[in-house]
Design a protein around this ligand. Structure first.
Ligand SMILES: [Zn+2]
Length: 151
């Protein structure tokens, strides 16, 4: 895996909202982020975020190729790129004490391969799933045991 881009906590938060399948308008992104702040536990650091910060975060993520926008009746619809899915999911994977093997080429965690792979590799953001996009029990019996990693 290439090193993760240098993003602020807020930029990671913004990258976490849309995915490559379900896009969000800027207004939807903004209300999701505000809701997230409201629901955050009281001991979490509160940052004052402005819509200008959201715009600049989206511009930065776009320049890095992690998000793209489609024009929807004049309003942009934000989607993560394949690279954005992979970057975000790998960042989440690294939050585990034992992240396990890296995804293989072409895998993002949000895309199902044509068939289950030959070696189950736990995709931490979705328990029970492999980086190949298939559930553990959908793998061939001898491919279900992860090697060198706690399931
Ligand atoms: Zn697999």
């Amino acid at each position: 895996m290439p090193p993760l881009p240098d993003l602020s906590q807020f930029e990671w938060l913004v990258l976490g909202e849309p995915c490559s399948v379900n896009g969000l308008t800027t207004d939807e992104l903004w209300s999701q982020i505000q809701e997230y702040q409201t629901q955050a536990p009281a001991h979490w650091p509160k940052t004052s975020q402005t819509k200008a910060m959201l715009d600049s975060a989206l511009a930065k993520l776009g320049a890095l190729g992690l998000v793209r926008s489609l024009s929807l009746e004049g309003a942009p619809l934000w989607l993560r790129t394949t690279e954005g899915d992979l970057t975000y999911n790998w960042k989440k994977q690294l939050d585990w004490p034992d992240p396990g093997p890296e995804p293989r080429a072409g895998e993002t965690g949000h895309k199902k391969s044509a068939e289950p792979c030959d070696h189950f590799r736990p995709f931490r953001p979705a328990p029970g799933y492999c980086w190949c996009g298939w559930f553990r029990s959908e793998h061939a019996p001898d491919a279900q045991q992860p090697k060198g990693v706690n399931p």
